[in-house]
Design a protein around this ligand. Structure first.
Ligand code: CA
Length: 263
């Protein structure tokens, strides 16, 4: 019976894309970067071999910072994060960046000197960043180093196009302690009481990592999923040939309830 049910379930949900909206968990999200929004001028920031000036061309608030007169990738705005970062900690770094002229290989680089060895690691990178308007860049990563931390600088750089290094404008730089999303889900309040704002997506197909085939995600679903605000709509395979792009929220919720009972 169980197998029959699962077969039915799989066939119903093949090629269906599901989006669940829920609030971020209550995990602390304090921005570790002082004046990351540049509302206090350029306080807490310095510049290496370039020009730094505030600008009203902000992503949010009244101010942002513009870096110009660059001759090298590392002619950049920089902030000292030595006293901020912790070994073994996972972080999410994000920033809004506007690059007016052609540029490649945008990244935020962490220059880290630990135990006398200096390393350079790029984060939130894009080989082909958006040109001419603000774009959002974000990445979650875990920092690990060996030996005593001597210094750590975070700076933002690009490579040249036709030997010209574009200016760039930076706003809303945020560094927060983070955890892998699946850990946040496991520690969170569960889906049953959650109402919308954050998007997670997954395809209820039989391949790849999704809520139905990823053991951890599936465990979470079975653990606490009683009612879910879910939008389902047929993908290219379509739910059927008559109800095109129809939401099947109730159907989905009932299936989940039933699956939970049968586990
Ligand atoms: Ca700002």
């Amino acid at each position: 019976m169980k197998n029959l049910y699962l077969k039915l379930f799989k066939s119903l949900f093949s090629f269906v894309t599901i989006f669940a909206f829920f609030v971020q968990t209550s995990f602390a999200q304090t921005n570790l970067i002082t004046n990351g929004d540049f509302e206090n001028g350029t306080a807490n920031w310095t510049v290496w071999s370039a020009a730094m000036a505030t600008t009203s061309d902000a992503h949010s608030g009244n101010g942002a910072v513009k870096i110009s007169n660059r001759k090298n990738p590392w002619d950049a705005i920089v902030t000292d994060v030595t006293s901020i970062i912790e070994n073994g900690q996972t972080y999410t770094l994000s920033a809004w960046v506007k690059i007016p002229d052609p540029a490649v290989n945008f990244r935020a680089t962490l220059q880290l000197n630990a135990g006398g060895t200096t390393t350079y690691t790029g984060y939130i990178g894009s080989n082909n960043p958006t040109i001419g308007s603000y774009a959002f860049y974000s990445q979650t990563f875990t920092l690990n180093w060996t030996g005593n931390l001597v210094s750590a600088n975070l700076y933002f750089e690009t490579d040249a196009v036709n030997d010209i290094y574009s200016d760039y404008i930076l706003d809303d730089v945020i560094l927060v302690k983070s955890k892998p999303i699946i850990e946040q889900l496991q520690e969170g309040p569960g889906w049953k009481d959650i109402k919308s704002t954050m998007l997670i997506g997954g395809c209820a197909t039989e391949s790849g990592q999704n809520y139905w085939t990823n053991p951890t995600a599936k465990a979470q679903l079975l653990k606490d999923c009683n009612t879910v605000t879910v939008q389902c709509y047929p993908g290219w395979g379509r739910w059927d040939e008559t109800l095109h792009h129809v939401y099947h929220v109730d159907e989905f919720t009932n299936r989940v309830k039933d699956m939970k009972k049968r586990k």
